[in-house]
Design a protein around this ligand. Sequence first.
Ligand code: B12
Length: 355
Amino acid sequence: MVPESAVLEDAIASLADGHGIDKIGFCSADTFEDVRATLHERKAAGLSADMAFTYRNPDRATDVSRSLDGAKSIVVGARSYRRSTAQLDASGAGIANIAEYVWEPHYAELRVGLDAIAEYLMASGWNARVLIDDNALVDRAAAYRAGIGWWGKNSNILVPGIGSKFVLGSVVTDAELSVNSEPLADQCGPCRRCIDSCPTTAIVADGVIDSNRCLAWLVQATGSFPIEHRKALGGRIYGCDDCQTSCPPNVVAERSDRGPLTTGVSSVEVAELLTLDDEALIERFGAWYIPRREARYLRRNALVVLGNVGDPQHIQVRELVEQYVASADDIEREHALWAAGELGFTDLVDAAVPS
Ligand code: B12
């Protein structure tokens, strides 16, 4: 007789396949004791900056039984977001680039697949709960335990043949599944390209990110953008992919490639972003993590990008900087003045210095 867990696992695997989930694995729902200790250590060392996420409550983030009574197993799913060709960028006052994981709504698409798995488990008499990019689980720890991939030096999980360009999510269940017993061995070897390519040297040890320096966090943080990292932001408006694009397994085109981008966007005209009002900005970019949902932070990032990539000869660049130097918002004003300095609009900088 086929054990029930094998029937469940086969059905889960075919549901995952049918919903565009590129890799699945199963692991036990035991508390992630090591990860809990790491979260506490990194937080105490200041490496988590002022991020909340899983750092808000490390005990909850490492114990899924707090999310589902009697949790026994975790089904982990990875959905690749890799694209062979970036959308062609338009020209104009300057282009702001968006990190690849948000070009399209991959979390939402992964959720559809994991919801189907959870519904199937519930229809089979078990309890199940989907957790995707949720503060109640450290997704990469579950993926590692499930044997899906290994920890890269950039702290991302890498799947053989797929690389690291995927989003992760899980279904926590009280069903007993035959769990992975052997995590995947390290395949980075001596390679350190991610470490060397980080624009702000944020990878401070193998697998350890100092979020105070990581551009992916700084674009999401409140307050002033640290002046020492503004130039390094270059043309990035959201996220940073450098530690992944430099990673050899990501360079190799594999079956995880979803083909050319057709429905999403990989970049935005910085001038366009700076002409939208608060409501329009939040409506258009609301899927991103925007600090306190305040449009000023999108403009702050856009003004840094404008200072870095804007063409000072372009009339709209000058007009936008002038407009924001006169902003009533102190964050916008300060970053516009920085951009003015970078673009050589010394008259604007001098006019702003109190005599
Ligand atoms: C907080 C967070 C961030 C923060 C901090 C990142 C970080 N490294 O912790 C910021 C905002 C900077 C960030 C950035 C990004 N993120 Co993020 N983020 C998260 C979040 C919400 C929590 C992660 C967490 O708990 N970290 C805690 C620390 C302790 O974990 P860690 O740094 O990975 O530490 C582990 C390693 O050090 C490892 N380890 C220990 N010893 C050793 C030794 C060696 C030699 C090695 C190699 C490893 C190793 O064990 C530690 C855990 O115990 C998760 C979603 C979730 N709920 O899990 C997404 C998540 C991790 N992010 C994700 C993505 C896609 C990104 C970006 C690529 C987005 C972008 N393009 O800008 C970047 C990548 C930056 C990077 N190199 O990490 C994906 C990662 C998928 C994957 N393939 O791994 C996740 C899982 C979201 C999702 N559900 O898909 N992120």
